[in-house]
Design a binder for this molecule. Structure first.
Ligand SMILES: Nc1ncnc2c1ncn2[C@@H]1O[C@H](COP(=O)(O)OP(=O)(O)OP(=O)(O)O)[C@@H](O)[C@H]1O
Ligand SMILES: [Mg+2]
Length: 362
């Protein structure tokens, strides 16, 4: 439904060129919820604006549905209003001089084919009820809370019933509780309407909970694409492992190859999942998530993959207790149940389940 091929975007500024997007390929299927996730400045907004037609890419091709909307080679660029797209901007850009009703009605009034008054009224009402803003039609837009303004921006994007919706950090201004509720509601809403959604966020939890597919971006490139589970369970490199969730990294050297190979690390031999093609003697980094480790204060019930260390710090986080264990010079973090009897200064044994240890090329 949305296809991007070899997209490059360079901005010219007074202080030289900024190479914001460096050859992105992506393919969002009909009805899919597809998320671009990455740190600030990695090129998410630029990519989204290029799809909307608000940015002129330096090179590449963009398709929406069966239609080609941009091609540098063919010298073709369909203007934004002719692309069948709804968009919510990072700064949501609602019109302060208009009330709620008129904000939502605006895209309909702008349509080439005139829409009758009655129809405008009924479509605005439907859009407002989708985002639960009914009853606020006459309120001037600036007199809404930040969260309500964001939902208004969403209603405005939905009112034309576009086949494609582009959302740029649409939940960033909601408070934590409302954001959590809206995450679920928004996903259900676009799924129910069958709208293909390209979503942008720097918030890993949003990406993991809402998406069918996540593409992780870094420095203008897509570094990994996959389902939320794949991205979380099998990050391809250190950047992804670090950006999505908390990870422990242990440096080591391969001593035995195979899918479950062995790595010498922190004075111990660790069985772990090796990437394809590594050889004995190669340097690797073993990645393990804090929730996958087992901690023993007494004797460990297993002999494999044990590291001994000392508890350096305990941090209460409400639903979990983060325990930091010094193993040699390294700190390893473990998530424990908040009622765990662990104590600072205690000597403990950590067991690292082999299937949860993934080695990445160093
Ligand atoms: N109009 C512009 N002129 C010059 N450089 C720009 C322009 N817009 C963006 N950039 C630069 O391009 C790069 C990518 O910006 P972009 O807005 O796409 O990032 P982002 O991933 O959306 O970040 P954020 O999470 O902070 O919104 C950044 O280095 C940014 O400074
Ligand atoms: Mg942005």
């Amino acid at each position: 439904m949305i296809r991007i091929e070899q997209l490059h975007v360079r901005y010219r500024t007074e202080r030289g060129e900024v190479y914001a997007v460096r050859g992105i390929d992506l393919n969002v299927k009909q009805g899919q919820f597809f998320t671009l996730l990455g740190p600030s400045g990695c090129g998410k907004t630029t990519t989204l604006r290029s799809v909307a037609g608000l940015e002129k890419p330096t090179a590449g091709e963009i398709y929406v549905g069966d239609e080609i909307v941009f091609s540098s080679v063919k010298g073709l660029s369909v203007p934004p209003y002719k692309r069948d797209i709804g968009m919510v901007f990072q700064s949501y850009a609602i019109w302060p001089h208009l009330n709620v009703f008129e904000n939502v009605a605006f895209p309909l009034r702008e349509m080439k084919k005139r829409v009758a008054q009655d129809e405008i009224r009924s479509r605005v009402r439907t859009a407002l009820s989708l985002v639960q803003l009914e009853g606020l039609e006459d309120r001037p837009a600036p007199f809404l809370s930040g969260g309500q303004q964001q939902r208004l921006a969403l209603a405005r994007a939905l009112v034309r019933e576009p086949r494609v919706l582009l959302l740029d950090e649409p939940l960033s201004n909601l408070d934590a509780k409302l954001r959590e509720e809206t995450r679920v509601e928004l996903r259900e809403l676009v799924k129910r309407l069958g709208i293909t959604t390209l979503y942008v966020t720097h918030d890993q939890l949003e990406a993991l909970t809402m998406s069918d597919v996540v593409a992780v971006m870094d420095g203008g490139n897509i570094v990994q694409e996959g389902s939320p589970v794949e991205i979380y369970r099998a990050p391809r490199d250190r950047f992804v492992a670090n950006f999505i969730g908390l990870s422990n990294f242990l440096e080591g050297r391969v001593t035995k190859v195979g899918r479950l190979g062995e790595v010498e690390s922190s004075g111990a031999t660790l069985k772990c999942v090796l990437p394809d093609g590594v050889a004995t003697g190669d340097s690797v980094i073993v990645v393990i998530r804090p929730e996958d480790l087992n901690l023993y204060t007494g004797a460990a019930t297993q002999n494999d993959n044990i590291l001994e260390g000392k508890i350096e710090a305990l941090i209460f986080m409400g639903d979990t207790l983060e325990c930091q264990v010094a193993v040699g010079k390294q700190i390893i973090r473990i998530k424990l149940h908040p009622s765990s009897p662990a104590a600072r200064g205690e000597t403990v044994r950590l067991q690292l389940p082999a299937e949860s240890c993934r080695a990445l090329r160093a």
